[in-house]
Design a protein around this ligand. Sequence first.
Ligand code: PLP
Length: 390
Amino acid sequence: MKEIYADNNATTRVDEAVFEEMRPYFCELYGNPSSMHFFGGQVQRKINEARNRTAALLGAHPEEIIFNACGTEGNNTAIRSALEAFPERRHIITTRVEHPAVLTPCRNLAKKGYRVTELSVDGEGRLSLDELRAAVDEDTAIVSIMYANNETGVVFPIEEIGAIVKEKGALFHTDAVQAVGKIPLNMAESTVDMLSLSGHKLHASKGVGALYVRKGVPFRPFMVGGHQERSRRAGTENTAGIIALGKACELAGQYLEDENSRVRAMRDRLEAEILRLIPNVRVNGGAAQRLPNTCSVAFEYVEGEAILLLMSEKGICASSGSACTSGSLEPSHVLRAMGVPFTCAHGSIRFSLSRYTTDQDIDTIIREIVPIIQHLRELSPFGREFLAKG
Ligand code: PLP
C-alpha cells in the first residue's frame, strides 16, 4: 500500500538532496569541528556554510543563528534567557494556543511566581491586539507568540504584535517552527528579537534546530560548558544535522513559491471538495490568514480517532485535534481556546501537505474520506440522529 502522507506539520520527509549533503559527515568526514587539525576544520567550514544558508532563509546575519537540537529547545532557551537578562521584570505574555513547548515552560514559571498572561483567540483562532496592548507593561520581560499555529495553520500578525511589544521595552520571541519554509520571513526588517525553528519540519533531519537571536539582544545561554556556537550553546555540534538544516533552508527558499502556489492550490481543493461533498463540516480557522499547507477540518458527530484509523487502513496519514491524555480523549487546547463546539472539536482532522504531496494524493483523500465519514456517522447515535434528519 502506498502511503499518502498528509501529516507534514508533525514531521517531514528528509529531502534526498539534504540526505546526500549530510551523508559524508557520519563515516568519512566525522571530525570534531572544534579540533585544530584540518580534519575538524573542513567540518567547521561546512557548518559555517550551513549557518549562512539558514541565515539567508530568515533574512538574518549568520552570527545571529545559534544551532541547537529542536524547536522545543529554542523556545525554552528564549524564554529563560529573557528572564535572566531582565531579572527585575516578572511578567511573561503568551497565548492559549501555543505549542506545549512554550505553554509548559510558561506554566511552570507561573508556579515559580512569575505572572503569566495567556492571550485568548477568537472563533477563527485570531488574536486581539487590544488584549495584547492592555496586557504588556513595564514588568513584561518577554512576549512569546507563535508565528503560525501547528494545528490550524492560522498565522498571527507578527510585525504588529512586535511593534506593541517594543513600546514597553520587552523582548519578543516567536515560535516559527511551522512558519519557516512555508511563508517568507525577513528578520532584517522585523520586530522579532528571537525566533525558533526546527529542522524536521522543513525536510531536514530530526534532532536539529536553530534559535535566531537579533544582534544586540541580551542573551543568556541555556546549555553551558564548551565554547561551541560562540559559547551560546555548549555541546559538540550535531554536525550532520546542522549541515542538513543548512541545505534544507537553501531548498526551502527555492520552494517557497511552489509552497504558496501549487501546495496552496492542492490544500484549497481538498478543503473545497470536502465542504462540497460532506454535510456538517467546518474548517477551523478558515476565515483567518493561514499557512498554505495546513487544513483543519471538523466533521461533526464523529470521533477524530476513528477517522484517523479508517484513513490509516487506506494508507492515508493525517492527525486529529485531540490528545489522548489519561485514557480520555480531550479535544485539543487550541480548538478549545477557539471555542470550537464539542461535537466539532472531537471530529477535527488536520491535513498538512508538503512539496511531495501530489494531485493524485488529494484525489485519493477526497475519494476515501466521504464514505468513511458516512460510515462513522451511521455508527454513532448522534450521527444516526443527524442522518435521520436528512
Ligand atoms: N512549536 C511548534 C509550533 C511545533 O509545531 C512543534 C512541533 O510539533 C514544536 C514547537 C516542537 O518542535 P520540536 O519537535 O523540534 O521540538
